[in-house]
Write a protein that binds this ligand. Structure first.
Ligand code: GLU
Length: 289
């Protein structure tokens, strides 16, 4: 039987905030219930947004919160060869093409690419996926239920390798989830609408599709999603239990009394036995300032 395997894959764009902790905890609970594996991946594919030192800081923070991972920790920056192989396959099969359109030109068509605007030639073309016409992708999300997206109309031909040479998240995540044998992807709801694109890529590359669960986002008092790069809401690694407890409640779980002397690993051990995925809310959760 295939090993059940989930992952947490933060981008090193700043210190983990309560929203990242919620995604880490949620992915850990999904994976560990029933004894599955939980892996870590450093998603440093976007070198421009990367903050030096953030990856190490995030890994230390996760360890301080008691999260023990399986498998090797991979970094996307070491995996160019895998992404290039997948891209070549898509190009050879006619599913991908060089695109010379600029963002400003695409704005004239609502930012959605369906056909290249003739006459433009850039030295550094992006590579896009040629999305078939009438391309509807449907899936069942473990939290949000049935989802459906018309990719050609709502997204268009999406980028696989950017004009600046960076791999696009959509390609890298699909290649990594397949290469690492992920059977489930549990992450924030901001990526719910990326999932159909990832499923289309899996199909075109002959890869299997994992199960998906998208956790509620945390928003601030103004309704804005918390971001690692703003670091306005740091989590205290020296006092992990209150933050874990808060994330547990944001996942809709029933409060339980842990011993104040419990280590975070003991707390996680107790939590996984009580975890009920059916209680996870769909709506964004507002954090108390
Ligand atoms: N790297 C993404 C982030 O930090 C998560 C991607 C994923 O889990 O698929 O938001």
């Amino acid at each position: 039987m295939q090993t059940r395997r989930g992952r947490f894959a933060p981008s090193p764009t700043g210190p983990l905030h309560p929203g990242s902790l919620l995604a880490a905890l949620g992915s850990w609970l999904f994976a560990r219930r029933g004894g599955g594996e939980w892996w870590l991946r450093v998603e440093d594919v976007d070198r421009i947004r990367e903050v030096p030192g953030a990856a190490l800081d995030q890994l230390e923070m996760l360890a301080a919160f008691g999260f023990v991972h399986d498998g090797p920790i991979v970094r996307q920056s070491d995996r160019d060869v895998l992404y290039a192989e997948a891209l070549d396959r898509l190009l050879v099969d006619g599913h991908a093409f060089e695109c010379h359109c600029s963002r400003s030109v695409l704005e004239t068509q609502g930012g959605i690419h369906r056909a290249c605007i003739l006459g433009l030639q850039r030295p550094d073309p992006a590579i896009r996926l040629r999305v078939p016409d009438d391309c509807t992708v449907e899936f069942d999300d473990a939290v949000h239920g049935r989802q459906s997206q018309r990719i050609d109309r709502d997204v268009g031909d999406f980028v696989l390798r950017r004009a600046d040479g960076c791999w696009a998240y959509q390609l890298a995540v699909v290649v990594d989830d397949a290469a690492q044998g992920m059977t489930e992807v549990v992450r924030g709801a901001d990526l719910l609408d990326s999932t159909p694109r990832q499923m289309l890529l899996q199909r075109l590359l002959g890869m299997s599709t994992p199960g998906y669960a998208h956790l509620p986002l945390l928003v601030d008092a103004h309704g804005h999603k918390l971001s690692k790069s703003s670091s306005a809401h740091p989590v205290d690694r020296d006092d992990p239990l209150p933050a874990l407890h808060e994330a547990w409640l944001q996942l809709g779980q029933i409060a339980f009394a842990a011993s104040p002397q419990a280590t975070s690993q003991e707390w996680l051990h107790d939590a996984v036995a009580r975890f009920d995925p059916a209680r996870i809310p769909r709506e964004a959760q507002r954090i108390v300032p």
